[in-house]
Write a protein that binds this ligand. Structure first.
Ligand SMILES: *Cc1c(COP(=O)(O)O)cnc(C)c1O
Length: 375
């Protein structure tokens, strides 16, 4: 059994994907070609947002808005402490200061009360200028975007939604990757919508920000005027082959993959709810189930179950083993020296189970039976 079975997905879509790839080879227009334009349009339509600007990966998708907004040295950017490193990395790369915020124990997403408290703390206790917040839609569940935007705007911060894992999620039918002043996603192969390499995109309703991002992803080139540069940008473009693959996959994602992920999550929860803590999806929220993550009693039980499952050929993962504030790179460099109770607890309890649209009900059954026999 695979944790995420990309091979099986390819077998199902092989004819279409091969055709799409060969189509690009025929045109020899490899970077930002026709499929890229078509994909940007389809994604913007799907999310009901004005602009989609694709780029090379989900990390650049976070970096580019920080460049566009001039966020750098002296600025504080608030990020959840329980997420993939890239969310904080881009802040540090800009010379700005990541300020970690503990998460909610039910949703695993940034704790809004603690977010507001931390903003106040920065305002009173240090010289940094609170500039932005990057909420993450962790494991496919959108963060509490309405509350987050209210808090952010009250203190004059911009919101960059890190939707790398969020694509397909919703709150009250408003789609993930359409929240915040600008939102991002990643097309890394194992994300809910993945390509066959690296890829990413940014989404916004703001016309001038969209122009800026389009320029910044191409060396700061003036849009439509090649070799004329009005700012310093980077090289971060999506290639036509990836876009062609994504166009095929987006169709399947909309037609059945997203629904199937939700069916499987429901099945997992039905079978496991009595034995372990299953994921909580708040009312009016919809997850794209980038991960299906259970909580065990403690580290001993978690590690035991992980090993037992592994021995029976069932792969699981621990997202994430270590809070960002305890990463070596930030040792002795943090603004506030505090402990993050919920993040610490989650790091010792969480276990992500196999989750992809091609998992069978029988496979879920057998995974659940085993877990129940171990707890
Ligand atoms: C995967 C991921 C990223 C980075 O995306 P890449 O395409 O790998 O650069 C950023 N944030 C989160 C939360 C992610 O899971």
């Amino acid at each position: 059994m695979k944790f995420i079975d990309l091979q099986k997905q390819y077998q199902v879509m092989k004819t279409e994907i091969d055709q799409a790839i060969l189509g690009v080879l025929d045109t020899s227009n490899y970077i930002l070609g026709e499929p890229v334009t078509e994909l940007e349009k389809k994604l913007a339509d799907f999310l009901n947002i004005k602009h989609c600007i694709s780029c090379a990966n989900g990390t650049d998708a976070l970096l580019l808005p920080l460049i566009a907004k001039g966020i750098g040295e002296g600025d504080a950017v608030f990020v959840p402490n329980f997420t993939f490193f890239a969310t904080a990395e881009v802040v540090s790369l800009r010379g700005a200061t990541p300020i970690f915020v503990d998460v909610d124990e039910n949703t695993f997403n940034i704790n809004t009360q603690k977010l507001e408290n931390t903003i106040k703390e920065v305002l009173t206790e240090c010289k940094l200028n609170p500039a932005a917040v990057i909420p993450v839609d962790l494991f496919g569940l959108p963060a509490a975007h309405r509350e987050i935007s209210n808090i952010a705007h009250k203190y004059g911060l911009i919101v960059i939604e890190d939707g790398a894992q969020g694509f397909g999620g919703m709150i009250n039918r408003k789609k993930a990757c359409s929240f915040g002043d600008v939102a991002t996603t990643s097309f890394f192969p194992s994300k809910p919508l993945g390509c066959y390499g690296d890829g990413g995109a940014m989404f916004t309703d703001d016309d001038s920000l969209a122009d800026e991002l389009r320029s910044l992803r191409k060396h700061g080139e003036c849009n439509g005027h090649r070799y004329n540069h009005k700012r310093v940008g980077i090289n971060s473009r999506l290639d036509s082959l990836q876009a062609a693959v994504l166009l095929v996959k987006l169709g399947a994602f909309q037609r059945y993959e997203l629904d199937r992920r939700n069916e499987l999550a429901t099945l997992y929860t039905q079978k496991l709810a009595d034995a372990v803590k299953t994921p909580i999806v708040p009312e009016n929220y919809f997850s794209s189930w980038a991960q299906y993550t259970i909580k065990l009693k403690n580290r001993e039980q978690r590690d035991y179950i992980k090993t037992e499952l592994q021995e029976r050929g069932i792969p699981t993962r621990v997202y994430y083993e270590k809070p960002l504030n305890r990463q070596e790179v930030y040792k002795g460099k943090l603004q506030f020296d505090k402990t993050f109770e919920t993040t610490e607890k989650l790091c010792s309890q969480v276990l992500s189970l196999p989750m992809h649209p091609y998992l069978t009900n029988d496979e879920v059954d057998s995974i659940c039976e085993l877990i129940k026999s171990f707890v």
